[in-house]
Design a protein around this ligand. Sequence first.
Ligand code: ARG
Length: 427
Amino acid sequence: MTAQKAEKEKAAKRKRVVITVFIVLVFVCLLAIAAYFIKELIVSKYFFCKRSVKFIPIDQACDGTDDCAGGEDEITCLSSFMVNTTFPVRLTSARQVLQVYSPGSGWRSVCGEGWTQQHTETACKQLGYTYEATIGQLCDCLSGHFPTRVTLNTVCDESKFCLNSSVCTSGSVVSLSCSDCGEVGSQDRIVGGTDAFIEDWPWQVSLQQGGQHVCGGALVSPRWVVTAAHCFSSSKKELSRWRVVSGTTYIATLGGSYVDRIILNGNYDPAQNDYDIALMRLSSPINVGVSHKPVCLPPKAFGLPAESTMVVTGWGYLEENGKVSPSLQKASIPLIDRAKCSSPTVYGSAVTQRMICAGYMAGRVDACQGDSGGPLVHLNSSRWYLVGVVSWGVGCARERSPGVYCNVEEMLNWIHTIIEKTHTAYK
Ligand code: ARG
């Protein structure tokens, strides 16, 4: 009898303990969640000065004036660079003929005589490509001026290996294929659909702040992302707030890379959206794999005709004034003739040489808000090339208002100079 009573009491006690523990746990969880949201809220509106232990409005970080003691709020900020020198190495035309610049003689194709694998590797590295599997071929594809064997000045610094100037007797030039970019497996899973898989567009990244998708971007090497300059408006200039999420089809907010540099094109004009391009450097390179791969930069003078098929990808709005898409989308759109896009009934003089248009005059298919900074790519000889960067448009998918993209071909000199200057590019 008494033993039974004691047993019952014990059970009741145990129950009470379990309930109390449960309530405490729930309470702690709620507290943690609340703390997380409060922190997110504060962090999205304020910058914390560690040394002087105070908060300042986020707009005051990276505004050019020191608001924290020691100017802590002006240290980890984006920068902007104008490039007025000519980057001395380029690949030109769809044949990828290597050309070298010297102030005296301008651009000249490089003669194939004495060209070695070592030259190929250094030249590819110089152009921002990363590793192995680079192919240097001799090509009897002379166009324009006769090639002269030239010294690859800037290549010399890197490998202590140069070619001497002399006359090119064979007449064949070097065609380079720096092949660690733009290749993906077969893309036969989607027919006429709009859902996309990251494995097919492995350069696509999501640029985020406070767990929010802000802009798209494209990996052009394991450490560099090309995006749009207009993604970095006033509250978005501080580096530590950015994360670059790669390798995901469904937008994720965890596991993004940190950023140690954001460089805007020094000529960027927010009023006209001219030179709307920026480079972001990841604090450490991504591991290249099936869902993480750089896209190729286009050669100079790619010579793409109007109506060439392009693909634009991103997590942007599914309709004007809509919402960001949870899963990656793609759309095939044709390149639009410059004259047509600059006609008075379309965009007139708003379209500069640094812009290209793609889409349909009838509307219906287009990039939209949130796609900005993302890639417009073109498939050529089984490689994808970054032809444009999503920049602007009037509304989305409206009639006679196609998408306008930053013209990557016009920005190659800037891109190569920035990546070369910031040495660690090829690690
Ligand atoms: N500026 C927009 C953004 O910030 C992208 C605009 C693209 N618009 C268009 N109609 N193609 O996301």
